[in-house]
Design a protein around this ligand. Structure first.
Ligand code: FAD
Ligand code: AMP
Length: 483
């Protein structure tokens, strides 16, 4: 007889491990299977997010930001730094320590909540059975009342630039460089490309980002995208739009190996550019290989994601799928919210995710963040709206910190004044937009935010002033009527 669980979760990334913990909290007998191991064969819970995604990228962004500050900005504060240097292997080791600390945290949480952690590869069979293949290749069967698939995603590879050792790498390889490349190419000006490009640019690489689309940050509010592009240009990030990479060639030998990249401009004309290293960041695809048998009844959608309804139910009763392996933005917090929702549904509670309010954040410096609708989306919907913007240049806290690039933008419904979107590029943009998310979650009006007292001096005053500006009442700037 195979062991029976109330809930078996496949995948221990931010979608799966959060789901497992919440299910166990709700009194359900829960197992979570994951196959991620370190070089010693030890389980590394946390998935992409913790091992090669959100956390390691932020660790390197923080390290490189400190170096860049010391190099570029300290002198404006009167702090002299001579003979500054960066020890890249030490920076990478610190990043690895951060990951290990967080891995241990999830292991501890599983123990504390009574989640059974299984090391191996899970495969969904018909009849709600899960086959687990251990690291030794041995298989066993477990049965489950409910199965939750949370197997995440993998980086997309493109034929023009096949990965090659540490020369042409994906986002995972870009977290492991042992030195600062002189000429670094990045394919894709999406969130990951901008973040990884920033890490190495701050440490001294000449970074060129090649982006196929003509529009920068197409998903963002275009006023914020344009403001961000100006800031990145000042930081010497060379972002080439309308540049589709069509081929590459490795040249040279050993340490002098380089990669020559061919890209086509919007007019079709081809250009070449040579880099010491190339990072391919052209998106991610759902991870469904060898995940279920044909008779399991699970279907994929036309883009290869596991097909689910609004509450993450697959076509098989009792089998759910959450996180990057299903439709929607590939973001850790979106998957975690789905994990909680599914655990609660399984426990018989009412639950849903508000997909209208998934915050998007780019952890460049300054950050770019947004939630709710962009001005382009509101315009396209035909809703009447009003807009308030406020620059950080008029915020005392931002000027005092020499962090005065960027702005906050609040969009509200013209009649009801309800906030429809909050967008920012600037210091602490992610935290400010989160205040916007809370406001929108509680259906606040721009006036509600305007009437809220904000501490002084804070970066948050930019959000306050932008909310005041929605009705032309900003205090620290002349209010201009928008056309
Ligand atoms: P994953 O985190 O991919 O986890 C899936 C797990 O399932 C893995 O551990 C895998 O080993 C396991 N698995 C797969 N198949 C099987 C199987 N058959 N059996 C057993 N186990 C299996 N998102 C943000 O929100 N904020 C960020 O700042 C951010 N930064 C990022 C930076 C980078 C460089 C990258 C690459 C991604 C970043 N993301 C960020 C995206 C984020 O990492 C993903 O959205 C998130 O990890 C998805 O969570 P998940 O649980 O769905 O899947
Ligand atoms: P994201 O999907 O946000 O991770 O961003 C990936 C980016 O890579 C998108 O903006 C794509 O337009 C871009 N992209 C995909 N293929 C290519 C290519 N061959 N050359 C240049 N950019 C590309």
């Amino acid at each position: 007889m195979s062991e029976k669980f109330d809930v078996v979760v496949i995948g221990a990334g931010p979608a799966g491990y959060v789901c497992a913990i919440r299910a166990a909290q709700l009194g359900l007998k829960t197992a979570c299977i994951d196959k991620w191991i370190d070089e010693k064969g030890k389980a590394k819970l946390g998935g992409t997010c913790l091992n090669v995604g959100c956390i390691p990228s932020k660790a390197l962004l923080d390290s490189s930001h400190k170096f860049h500050e010391a190099h570029e900005s300290f002198k404006t504060h009167g702090i002299a730094m001579d003979n500054l240097s960066i020890n890249v292997p030490a920076m990478i080791t610190r990043k690895d320590k951060v990951i290990t600390q967080m891995n241990m945290g999830i292991t501890g949480l599983f123990k504390a909540n009574g989640v059974t952690s299984l090391l191996g590869s899970g495969k969904v069979m018909a009849g709600k059975q899960v086959e687990v293949t251990g690291m030794d290749g041995k298989t066993s069967l477990i049965s489950a009342e409910h199965i939750v698939i949370a197997t995440g995603s993998l980086p997309i590879e493109i034929p023009p630039t096949p990965l090659h050792k540490d020369i042409i790498v994906d986002s995972t390889g870009a977290l492991e460089f042992q030195g600062v490349p002189k000429r670094l190419g990045v394919i894709g000006a999406g969130v990951i490309g901008l973040e990884l490009g920033s890490v190495w640019a701050r440490l001294g690489s000449e970074v060129v980002i090649l982006e196929a689309m003509d529009t920068f940050l197409v998903a963002a509010d275009q006023q914020i995208a344009k403001e961000s592009a100006k800031i990145f240009k000042k930081q010497k990030l060379d972002i080439r739009l309308g540049a589709r990479v069509v081929g590459s060639e490795l040249k040279g030998k050993g340490k002098s190996k380089e990669v020559c990249v061919r890209y086509a401009g919007s007019d079709g004309a081809e250009q070449t550019i040579t880099f010491d290293k190339l990072i391919v960041c052209v998106g991610r695809r759902p991870y469904t290989e060898n995940l279920f048998t044909a008779d399991a009844g699970i279907n994929l959608d036309e883009r290869g994601f596991i097909f689910v309804d609004d509450q993450c139910r697959t076509d098989v009763p009792g089998v759910y799928a959450i996180g990057d392996v299903v439709r929607g933005p590939m973001l850790a917090h979106k998957g975690s919210e789905e994990g909680v929702m599914v655990a609660e549904l399984i426990a018989g509670k009412t639950a849903q995710v508000n997909y209208e309010l998934v915050p998007s954040i780019i952890y460049t410096h300054p950050e770019v963040a947004w939630a709710g609708k962009t001005e382009e989306q509101v315009k396209a919907s035909g809703e009447e709206y009003k807009v308030g913007t406020f620059p950080f240049a008029a915020i005392g806290r931002a000027v005092a910190a020499s962090e005065s690039d960027g702005m906050v933008k609040v969009i509200a419904h013209k009649e009801t004044d309800r906030i429809l979107g909050v967008h920012a590029v600037g210091p602490c943009a992610a935290e400010l937009v989160q205040q916007g998310v809370i406001s929108m979650e509680f259906h606040a009006s721009a006036e509600d935010l305007a009437l809220t007292m904000f501490g002084h001096p804070t970066f948050g005053e930019a959000l306050h002033e932008a909310a005041l500006a929605v009705d032309g009442h900003a205090i620290h700037m002349p209010n201009r009527k928008r056309k």
